[in-house]
Design a protein around this ligand. Sequence first.
Ligand code: PMP
Length: 360
Amino acid sequence: MANGGNRGRGYGPPLNDISESVGNTPLVKISSRTCPPGRTIYAKCEYFNPLGSVKDRLALAIIEGGEKDGSLRPGQTVVEATSGNTGIAVAMMCAQRGYPCVIVMAEPFSIERRKLMRMLGAKVVVTPKAGKGTGMIQKARELAEKNGWFLCHQFETDANWKFHYETTGPEIINDLKAGGINLDYWVTGYGTGGTFHGAGKYIKENSPNTKIILAEPGAANIVGSGIKTDRNPDGSPVSSHPAFAPHPIQGWTPDFIPLVLEKGLDLNLDEEMLEIPDGAAVAMSQALARNEGILTGISGGASMWAAVETAKNAPEGSVIVAMLADTGERYLSTPLFADIAADMNEEELEIARSTPSWIL
Ligand code: PMP
């Protein structure tokens, strides 16, 4: 990140291009309407990134990395398999730097994600729902090999976690330090595992007493879905692992264990696994919107739910940071907005009727 990121937060010279606004997202305190008494929760608001998600960091890291080591040639087509946020971020970077972009995306992910990628000039290839995450990755690989395109490899590349080690982790620790605050718990989920591995490694090295809570989807009645413990004797994950089943938290927990995550697990960064019961993630992101003015996606709700559970069981005075990976605007067509009517309700109509039209 050329200039320390997101300078919209402070004074500084104008940015040279949009990629310089990636990172340096704020930590925001959660009110007593959400946070249990005597504890403090901060949200790491990744939706402050230019295209609204933590994946803007990854796209910048991969494209700049490819440019530096020569694996990405001028004018070469960039291709990636993604649940959406990475695709939007990669499309932004390609638009800004003049690379053609092809995104491969599995069918169940929200339609607004596809539209956003196309708006940013990318071509979108949709793979069948039945093939899940594995199917879309296979398709991206085939396209890259056949056409000589640059494949981002978000699930495997070290550039992914390293960027979080260099930016996300230091931002959290330094912002808290600036406020004279110690971090007791850090809560995150995983998609590629880049955030967990990179920021987690930095946090463990620089704040060794911080406990890392890794959250996963999982119905409340399923016991022992921990990605680490549900293994065969040879270390491979058991195929019946409940988190591999379809779940509502877009961007979290694919149907395989990514290499970036596995390397983070090998470092023993995580202290505890927490399962998010069905429905809890959506309910919490709706509550964050209504009670905090914080508009985050379903995974942000899941992460905050895990943070609140952690806070309930933590000693008095504990400080917890929860990752909010993306903006709620990315979920207009999903259950997150299911009870929001497109038209005005009776109360809103009444306000409209009693208000001079020039105010409306
Ligand atoms: N939440 C959402 C909505 C995401 O798109 C992602 C990335 N797939 C994550 C969380 C997890 O981030 P990471 O890939 O760094 O594990």
